[in-house]
Design a protein around this ligand. Structure first.
Ligand SMILES: *Cc1c(COP(=O)(O)O)cnc(C)c1O
Length: 366
């Protein structure tokens, strides 16, 4: 048996630990576990989406509408683009995968930030492509441009706001970069755009505006974060028709479930629910900023529903996240990204109370 050589370089992606695992490993009761590791919406799914899930139960013996007509129309109206500008995937992750397969092979290079969403690297390595990273963990687009000139990457990833750091770039700054780079496929990942746009209008990247101006940009959005549908695996890509048509050639049939399609469509109609959870998330974020100041931690000003604390050498992010886990609080250790820090999803007020209580316990006993 011989596996593809490209697989030798790939480390299996480690998702945020599920609640079930903490129940099994530490014997903590499910209702006492606080999961702040995967940037889900802690206030749940929009009520209309839950209703749509119940209603779609009667039809789960049928394959979904493979044209995804209704959801595409709803997305098209939301963003002011045509259905042929849209592709829907099993999470925006699946669209990242299509993009990598459409563009990359072992003769190509991908450019990305030093610290960014881990799947960009994994999909690139699956194609045998070479990876070039910026030195700066923020999206320093002057540096990106120099690296672009030097390496001629076939694909460039820009994650704004960026996961796992939480910082975002200004629209005008992004545009000035896009003006100069007309050949690579540039993936602009807006998984947290609802948060960024709420906090600061200058960070809002509008997919229609972007595809009207640039032929080589693929904008990605997801229902997993602000829209509260992480369990349903659904996201979308928006680009010029030619890009979408090529991605479509890689799409397996029925790649999104009927239940997910209905729930996403319903969620799009619940803008008030989504906005109110975004607002609550930022108001709770202030507690995390104050906590960092009180403890003297470095933190990154966040445009998302999570915050990243960076520790001095005396503290180990790995030990802190493990100690929290034993106490039933799941956060994301960033040592795998080369950062001595943790990423915490902003929870409900009650979840945050518990996080601070347990983090105090861990730090006071350090
Ligand atoms: C969560 C996330 C995604 C993908 O989420 P899906 O659940 O696959 O839609 C993509 N990019 C970033 C930066 C994310 O944080």
């Amino acid at each position: 048996m011989r596996f593809n050589e490209t697989l030798e370089q790939i480390k299996i992606y480690e998702a945020g630990k599920p609640i079930e695992l903490v129940v099994r490993e530490f014997g903590i009761k499910e209702e006492e576990i606080v999961k702040l590791a995967s940037n889900e919406n802690p206030y749940g799914a929009p009520p209309a989406a839950m209703e749509a899930v119940k209603e779609s139960a009667a039809k789960i013996h049928l394959y979904p509408d493979d044209s995804m007509h209704d959801l595409k129309r709803a997305l098209g109206e939301r963003f002011g683009v045509e259905s042929f500008n849209i592709i829907v995937g099993s999470g925006s992750d699946q669209i990242l995968e299509f993009a990598a397969r459409a563009i990359l092979n072992s003769d190509t290079t991908v450019l990305m930030s030093r610290i960014t969403f881990a799947m960009y690297e994994i999909y690139a390595l699956q194609q045998g492509a070479k990876i070039v990273r910026s030195g700066c963990y923020r999206h320093d687009l002057e540096e990106f441009y120099e690296l672009y000139l030097k390496h001629s990457p076939a694909m460039i990833h820009i994650c704004t706001p960026n996961n796992p750091t939480g910082d975002a770039i200004d629209r005008e700054y992004l545009y000035s970069f896009l003006e100069k780079v007309r050949d690579s496929l540039i993936v602009v990942d807006g998984a947290y755009m609802e948060y960024a746009a709420y906090k600061d209008e200058r960070k809002r990247i509008d997919p229609k505006d972007i595809i009207d101006r640039f032929d080589n940009v693929l904008y990605l959005g997801t229902f997993s974060k602000a829209f509260g549908l992480g369990g349903l695996r659904i996201g979308y890509g928006i680009a010029k028709r030619e890009v979408i048509e090529n991605l479509y050639k890689l799409r397996p049939p029925f790649n999104v479930t009927s239940v997910s399609l209905k729930a996403a469509q319903a969620a799009l109609g619940e803008i008030d629910f989504v906005n109110s959870t975004v607002q609550k998330s930022f108001s709770q974020m202030e507690r995390y900023v104050n906590y960092a100041i009180k403890r003297g931690f470095e933190y990154i000003d966040s445009y998302t529903n999570f915050i990243t604390y960076i520790f001095d050498k005396e503290l180990s992010s790995k030990m802190i996240s493990e100690s929290l886990l034993k106490r039933g609080v799941i956060v994301r250790d960033l040592s795998g990204y080369g950062l001595n820090g943790i990423r915490i999803t902003i929870g409900t007020p009650k979840q945050n109370d518990i996080l601070f209580e347990k983090l105090d316990e861990v730090l006071n006993g350090y």
